[in-house]
Design a protein around this ligand. Structure first.
Ligand code: PEP
Ligand code: MG
Length: 325
């Protein structure tokens, strides 16, 4: 099977009936680019920049960040790269930055909430400047994590616009086709997706967090893993709502949580019209092989049934089985 997959490295990701899906990879550092290219990914759908901060003994400077972002953009040779601004907090700690002790760190001060805070915004501006400077070396897409409010997106976007204007005033070249989007990983944002869709360029669904927040079940806790299931009809409806809301505004939706590379979930997501699937590099070829065997119209029928006629995980799984065998 591995041999069959390796033949697909340079193949297009199209279904039997000719529908294209963007198959992307997740990375944590510029070193991961080799694996991305070896596995024939068409893009990077999530660059988790927090590793840049976690692997350092100080806040990475603008120049240090610029070097990393430039390496990733150049390494992808003009293919799109979604860079997520820092997602510190939750379980991600920095040795040189004291986070407050919190009863529930995953419900606390993390990610964009830090970036938009007084003091935290300095780090955020530094990161945005490094990204904007690197943008001329490839195809950059920027994404904000843990957005719950439209107001948070507006504030983040206005800081981005300010830094962009500052750089231009300093005579620094900046690409003019940078898309700015958000992660959908908080249920509130998924529910309000129609409003977000009017203001963002794209969505990327972070199912790792979206599932845990929707089901109120810790993604690491085995005792509640029966709740933490991507195939729950509630989760499927939420995801479908987000995809449809983006399309209604002419925007696109990707997914960068583990569900995007889950071979049982992929047929359902194809049927819902998810535009981009971002996963660990090692799952890309297997997923391309699967997609090439499926018919997009049939997957639409599958998704429609799963969304309207199921109320349990088992019923969803039985449907996927029926439609993909
Ligand atoms: C997610 O929440 O699905 C996601 C991709 O982000 P992370 O796993 O880094 O929290
Ligand atoms: Mg997340």
């Amino acid at each position: 099977q591995k041999a069959e997959w390796s033949l697909l490295k340079d193949a297009e990701t199209v279904t039997v009936d000719g529908k294209h899906f963007e198959l992307a990879a997740n990375i944590g550092t510029p070193k991961d680019i080799e694996g991305v290219n070896d596995n024939g990914a068409e893009a990077i759908g999530l660059y988790r920049t927090e590793f840049l901060y976690m692997d350092s003994d100080h806040f990475p400077t603008e120049d240090e960040q610029y070097v990393a972002y430039k390496a990733v953009l150049e390494g992808m040779n003009g293919k799109p790269v979604v860079v997520r601004t820092m997602d510190i907090g939750g379980d991600k700690k920095l040795p040189y930055f004291k986070l407050p002790d919190e009863m529930n760190p995953f419900l606390g001060w993390r990610a964009l909430r830090i970036s938009l805070s007084e003091g935290g915004d300095t780090m955020f501006r530094t990161q945005l400047r490094a990204l904007l400077r690197a943008s001329v070396h490839g195809h950059l897409r920027i994404m904000f994590p843990m957005v719950a409010l439209v107001a948070e997106f507006r504030k983040a976007k206005s800081i981005y616009d300010e830094e962009r204007a500052n750089l231009k005033a300093e005579g620094v070249a900046v690409a003019d086709n940078i898309e700015v989007g958000i992660m959908i990983e908080i249920p509130a944002a998924a529910v309000l997706a129609d409003q977000f869709a009017k203001e963002v360029d794209f969505f990327s669904i972070g199912t790792n967090d979206l599932i845990q927040y929707t089901m109120a079940a810790d993604r690491m806790n085995q005792k509640v893993s029966y709740l933490y299931q991507p195939y729950n009809p509630s989760i499927l409806r939420l995801i479908n709502n987000v995809i449809k809301a983006s399309h209604a505004e002419g925007k696109w939706t990707g997914m960068c949580g583990a569900m995007a590379g889950d071979q049982t979930a992929v047929p359902l997501l194809m049927g819902m019209g998810l535009d981009e699937f971002s996963m660990s590099s090692t799952s890309v070829l297997q997923t391309r092989s699967l997609m090439k065997r499926l018919d997009s119209k049939k997957m639409e029928e599958l998704a429609q049934k799963a969304l309207t006629e199921t109320s349990t995980v088992d019923e969803v799984l039985a449907l996927v089985d029926e439609y993909t065998k």
